[in-house]
Design a protein around this ligand. Structure first.
Ligand SMILES: NC(=O)C1=CN([C@@H]2O[C@H](COP(=O)(O)OP(=O)(O)OC[C@H]3O[C@@H](n4cnc5c(N)ncnc54)[C@H](O)[C@@H]3O)[C@@H](O)[C@H]2O)C=CC1
Ligand SMILES: O=C(CO)[C@H](O)[C@H](O)COP(=O)(O)O
Length: 299
């Protein structure tokens, strides 16, 4: 299969590498020329514009967008639209708001798949978990690419119609916030509490057979190994917040109580007051662990 990939940052480069490694052809474009050069070094055909990319793809285009959620997706789709028809498929693998994805699926001339992507840049070796919404035929058509980008055939699934993939990913992120908050509070109490503990060792023991073992807990272990039990210079400012906000808003609309996710989100907003809370500093460092998001540090 031939896949066009637009957006070659932390996540898009992994889509390129894994698709190439599975024996498919990739045509790659990004506004950043260096990112295009990196994709070309990996074996992709470089494109210097969206027009160039679509020309190189020929008929029955399959295109994966991995640009930041929001305006960049709309701008890219506007440029692509004149080149697309109903036999083409566009996948949005970013963290788009699900209602935007429903709107885009309605207006896009191609079949549109909203694909929630989990695993982060740190998941490159293992592959991602992909939650896909949109027409069945388009999902089936892209299956070889999903097999390659995900951990394998079990690492992706069609959730339902347009919007459902990004809906499931939005709620996944709400869960992610709450889990980070729970680990943060536990390690804060261990850090402030009665014993002088080596938190890397605690996390390591927990990761070996404990009820609460998980990848996030492995990332806690990594954070304590690399930063020390006191988290060194990691600041308590936690960035991000959009997917958690959408999840809480959806909980209110559906009248489903989400006290843990709401508290975790509030903690993030509270962290911007800089009062040095350990749990917030761990959440800050964990976002680097899975997402390679920049770590704000204190002086
Ligand atoms: N980093 C993470 O842990 C995860 C990120 N995501 C989502 O994946 C998407 C991409 O994220 P990252 O790769 O982390 O971001 P990134 O900032 O590393 O890369 C984005 C790339 O898109 C390019 N770009 C921006 N506007 C463009 C345009 N109009 N046309 C072409 N290229 C354009 C940028 O030059 C950059 O290379 C986002 O929606 C993000 O929320 C999803 C799951 C995990
Ligand atoms: O989707 C992700 C992980 O699953 C991204 O890392 C996302 O950026 C996390 O959300 P936030 O930026 O609000 O922490």
């Amino acid at each position: 299969m031939q896949l066009g990939v637009i957006g070659l940052g932390r996540m898009g480069q992994i889509v390129v590498d894994r698709t190439l490694a599975a024996g498919h052809d990739v045509v790659a474009f990004d506004l950043d020329e260096e990112a295009v050069a990196t994709a070309a070094d990996a074996g992709a055909t470089p494109a210097d514009s969206i027009d160039d990319l679509v020309e190189r793809l020929g008929a029955d285009k399959r295109i994966w967008l991995m640009v930041p959620a929001g305006e960049a997706v709309d701008v890219t789709l506007e440029e692509l639209a004149p080149h697309l028809d109903g036999d083409d498929v566009v996948v949005d693998g970013g963290n788009s708001y699900f209602e935007d994805s429903v709107r885009r699926a309605e207006s896009c001339p191609a079949a549109y798949l909203d694909c929630g992507t989990s695993g982060g840049p740190a998941g490159a070796e293992l592959g991602f978990s992909l939650m896909v919404g949109g027409p069945q035929w388009a999902y089936d058509e892209l299956e070889p690419v999903f097999d390659a980008v995900a951990t394998g055939p079990d690492g992706h699934g069609r959730m339902g119609p347009a919007g459902s993939g990004h809906y499931v990913k939005m709620i996944h992120n709400g869960v992610e916030y709450a889990l980070m908050q729970a680990y943060g509070e536990g390690f804060e109490l261990l850090h402030e509490g009665r014993y002088d503990l080596d938190l890397e060792s605690v996390a390591s023991v927990w990761n070996n057979g404990a009820v609460i073992r998980s990848w996030l807990l492995e990332l806690c272990e990594e954070a304590f190994r690399e930063e020390g039990s006191d988290l060194g210079t990691v600041a308590d400012r936690v960035e991000g917040g959009s997917t958690g906000t959408w999840t809480v808003q959806e909980g209110l609309e559906q009248e489903v109580p989400l006290p843990l996710i709401y508290t975790a989100l509030s903690e993030r907003f509270g962290s911007r007051a800089d009062d040095g809370r350990f749990s917030r500093r761990l959440a800050n460092r964990l976002r680097y662990g899975f997402g390679r998001h920049e770590v704000p540090r204190r002086e």
